[in-house]
Design a protein around this ligand. Sequence first.
Ligand code: SAM
Length: 215
Amino acid sequence: MPLPQQLRGRMPQAVRDNQALRALALGAGLIPPRPMHSAAEGELLRTLVRDTGARAVVEIGVYEGSSAVVLCDALQPGADLHLIDPFVDERGTSLNFGWRANPTATRLAVRRAASEIRVHWHVARSQEVGRSWQAGPVDLVFVDGDHSYAGCMEDWEVWHPHVRPGGAIAFHDALGPRGSEGPTRVVAELFRLREPWEWRLLAEVDRMVVVRREE
Ligand SMILES: C[S@@+](CC[C@H](N)C(=O)[O-])C[C@H]1O[C@@H](n2cnc3c(N)ncnc32)[C@H](O)[C@@H]1O
C-alpha cells in the first residue's frame, strides 16, 4: 500500500532522490515508480497495446518501471512483456544526474502489477538483446533507453526488423522543447526528412512519437 501522496509530497527533495531510500520504499511498495511519462503518453501506450492487439511488447529502458506498470495493466492475460535495462546509464544521456534505479526494487514493483502477464527481464544493453533476439515478431517496441543519437539510432537499426507488419515503435523524448536531442534527431531523419516508406508517423503526443510499419 503506497504512502499517501500528501505525506510523500512533504518529504524533502534530498530524501526523495536518495537512491537507497527510494529502492527500499519502491521495493516495499511504499512509493510508486517515479513517473516518467505524462498522463496523455500513458494513455497513448494503452491505446497502442489495444489497437495493435499486442501480445508481445518490448520496453527499452525500464528505470523504476512507471511505463512497465502501464503496459502490464493494458496487456491481455498471457501476453509477453520484455523489459530491457542494464541499470547503468553508460552514456549519461538517459537520466537526470544522480538518478539510478535498483533492479531488485524495480522487479518487485513490476511484479506487483503483472499478475497475469509473462514478464521477461533482460538486464543488458537493448542493442545486444536485439542483435541476438530469438523470441519472434514483436507488436510494439517502446524506445526509452540510451538517449544519445548513436544509441537511439542503434536501437532503431537493431529492433525495427523484429516488428511485425502492422506493429509500432514508440520513441520517448523525441518531440517538443522537453524532448532530448538524440531521439528527436533520429525521428526527424527517419520519418520527417525522407520520402514516405514502409514506416509512417502514426501519433505524436507530448514527448512521444509513434511510427507504424505498413501491413
Ligand atoms: C528515461 S529512463 C526509462 C524510463 C522508463 N521507460 C519509464 O517510463 O519509467 C532510461 C533508462 O534507460 C536505461 N538505459 C540506458 N542505456 C540503455 C541501453 N543501452 N539499453 C537499455 N536501457 C538503457 C537506463 O538505465 C535508464 O533506466
